[in-house]
Design a protein around this ligand. Sequence first.
Ligand code: BG6
Ligand code: MG
Length: 224
Amino acid sequence: MKAVIFDLDGVITDTAEYHFLAWKHIAEQIDIPFDRDMNERLKGISREESLECILISGGAETRYTNAEKQELMLQKNHDYQTLISKLTPEDLLPGIGRLLCQLKNENIKIGLASSSRNAPEILKRLEIIDDFHAIVDPTALVNGKPDPEIFLTAATLLGVSTADCAAIEDAEAGISAIKSAGMFAVGVGQEESMLGADLVVRQTSDLTLELLHGEWEQYRIKSV
Ligand code: BG6
Ligand code: MG
């Protein structure tokens, strides 16, 4: 294992909740029911795709012009940025600071594969941006998760072969992307929503380098 590539929202910090709150606000304004089940389907996917999913779920896919959709996304992002402006290093999810330290001590490269255009700002607020050897720019990609492009790009930027990378995700689309990239997939969440993951932990506090090394060895033995 020469590199670990992280998703951001829901893995490094609980901004998945802020995305939920900001989309809920928009959905209420346009009279479309929005709950946590619906929100699960938006995890890992882009802002544009998220709005399309919400509109389709409300039978409103043809109700808005492109300019109106842009306005809805601007509003969502404005609400979201208000929420993330309060983030501090205290908002790192449990165990993530320790894992980053362990990776640095072992000279394992650290990458970020987040679909969020707000990712650099969040990493700055959490005061961990300097720990990352590579941060993928999602605006430079052709395909979003579950396409593997974001993870393949992270591996290229880190200069590490995909077979030597582990990646951590909290979304189904993310796990699919990691597996399609040929990497060791770690899911954070409930086993049933992490189909295809090579290792699932219930919460980030369970993520230690010892656990990753141990499971990595098993995975390598099985894949030979
Ligand atoms: C992903 C989130 O990380 O980023 C999605 O899981 C979000 O919920 C996507 O829609 C895009 O984020 P942003 O900050 O660019 O709107
Ligand atoms: Mg996520």
